[in-house]
Design a protein around this ligand. Structure first.
Ligand code: NAP
Length: 315
């Protein structure tokens, strides 16, 4: 029997009757509300098949008020783990037995492992961002001067925490609501207090969301990250005035639908290198797989599944 596109909480409570006919059995899932759009099954199922792990991955529509009980069902129903997406990434934390350092610092969990009946949480978006940048530009975060636009949102915060853990040359946090970037900078300051040589500009800074303030940063930045939701809709205003982009910049746009955002087009017109967020989606999935199975993920099988589901021809 093929898996349903989406299961719900009632199905989870009666998993043997709702999904007991599946071959291989479904012991991994993504929790979300909504969840029907999730690309995680086409990302993970080819990897599970390639690795011969004898399990499959499905979507579970879990509403916020069902989250605690749904998590409690996981050990009872024989699950290996789940991913959590909107709106559960922060709400899941109080229900876990243990979380990794990156999950604690970001305050969000997108990967849960069931281990001896307890639940362990991890955030694979943050290290997924690191590997995506490495793959796109052949550089490591620690060697870069980085500007994160949208540092106050969930994805921006994950990227900022990962950058801080890598102790990069510079980190500049910008967010429309400045308070959020300032609060995050205060949390991350301890990572920038080592004896690394000081340059002409501060290693950790907060920049207000305006062209003048951002213009002043641009000569001192290598990697610009879009972690805002701007760029998903054609009607969105430009994230940055194109004149601010320079040929030495690398632009990582976390948006992946559409695959070629206005920011990417503007960056390439300026002679800069640019990549969209599909590789971050891929690598967060690979890191979730590693967390569940304690082995390398078959990344190329995942990449094929993801690109096919996203309707994107591979370069
Ligand atoms: P979120 O928590 O809702 O944060 C949204 C961010 O966008 C906030 O920083 C917000 O600023 C900013 N923003 C929204 N509208 C804006 C505008 N008109 N002008 C300036 N800033 C604006 O969302 P999220 O979960 O972090 O997701 C953010 C983006 O990352 C989305 O495009 C999402 O698809 C993408 N993402 C990609 C991946 C991947 O794997 N590639 C993973 C996660 C997320 P305020 O704080 O001022 O509201």
């Amino acid at each position: 029997m093929p898996a349903k596109d989406v299961y719900d909480f009632n199905d989870l409570k009666h998993w043997a009757s709702a999904a007991g006919d599946l071959d291989p059995p479904a012991r991994l899932a993504v929790f979300g509300d909504p969840v029907a759009h999730s690309l995680s099954p086409p990302l993970h199922n080819p990897a599970l098949r390639a690795a011969g792990l004898g399990t499959q991955y499905v979507r579970l529509h879990i509403r916020p008020e069902e989250l605690a009980d749904a998590l409690a069902e996981l050990p009872r129903q024989g699950f290996i783990g789940v991913n959590c997406t909107i709106p559960h990434k922060a709400a899941v934390l109080p229900h876990l037995t243990e979380v990794t350092e990156v999950a604690r610092r970001t305050g969000t969990v997108n990967t849960v492992l069931v281990e001896d009946g307890s639940l362990v949480g991890h955030n694979s978006d943050a290290p997924g961002f690191k590997r995506a940048v490495r793959e796109a530009f052949s550089v490591d975060l620690r060697d870069l001067r980085i500007l994160i636009l949208g540092a106050g949102g969930g994805a921006g915060r994950a990227a900022a925490v990962q950058c801080a853990l890598e102790r990069p040359e510079r980190l500049v946090l910008a967010n429309r609501t400045l308070d959020k970037a300032e609060a995050l900078a205060a949390e991350l300051r301890e990572f920038f207090e080592d004896d690394r040589l000081e340059g002409p500009v501060e290693r950790l800074e907060v920049a207000p969301w305006d062209d003048e303030a951002l213009r002043a940063q641009m000569d001192h930045i290598d990697l610009i990250v879009n972690a805002t939701s701007l760029g998903m809709k054609r009607s969105d205003p430009p994230l940055l005035a194109p004149v601010l982009l320079q040929p030495h910049h690398m632009i990582y746009d976390m948006v992946y639908a559409p695959p070629r955002t206005r920011l990417i087009a503007d960056a390439e017109a300026a002679g800069a290198r640019a990549a969209n967020g599909l590789s971050m989606l891929l690598w967060q999935g690979a890191i979730s797989f590693e967390f569940w199975f304690n082995r390398d993920a078959p990344v190329e099988a995942m990449r094929r599944g993801l690109y096919e589901a996203a309707g994107i021809a591979r370069k």
